[in-house]
Design a protein around this ligand. Structure first.
Ligand SMILES: [Zn+2]
Length: 126
């Protein structure tokens, strides 16, 4: 596979319904995003992820499957095989624990094309 534009590790292919591996990747990604934001806000240790975000693994995966079928959150088109998790109100908008919980809420994120998400940058979709 040739990918000239990204220096990051290749992202996982994501198809609906999610297979076991995809589920692990997505849970890991969410955990990583939460940790990163919490670290920036000096909120670590965050404690158990599900207690912090207020939903569980099954709810997260069901939500993401629905969102995946709805297409790109930004342009509305069908997703490609390697979408990114994309927030309506950006994670960067969080300034404390309560606002981080708000931007981590299920209704605040779905999938987007990597290119759309890059174009949007840190701006809000709402
Ligand atoms: Zn898009």
């Amino acid at each position: 596979m040739i990918s000239g534009s990204s220096s990051k590790a290749p992202r996982a292919e994501i198809r609906t319904p999610f297979d076991k591996e995809t589920q692990e990747v997505l849970v890991h990604r969410l955990r990583h995003l939460a940790r990163q934001a919490a670290e920036r806000l000096d909120l670590l240790p965050l404690g158990p992820l599900w207690a912090f975000v207020g939903y569980d693994r099954a709810e997260l995966l069901a939500h993401l499957e629905r969102r995946h079928l709805q297409g790109c959150l930004i342009c509305g088109s069908e997703l490609d095989e390697r979408p990114v998790i994309c927030h309506i109100d950006p994670l960067g908008a969080a300034v404390d624990g309560a606002s981080l919980q708000r931007v981590m809420a299920l209704e605040n994120f779905g999938f987007g094309h990597d290119s759309c998400n890059r174009r949007l940058g840190a701006r809000s979709l709402s």
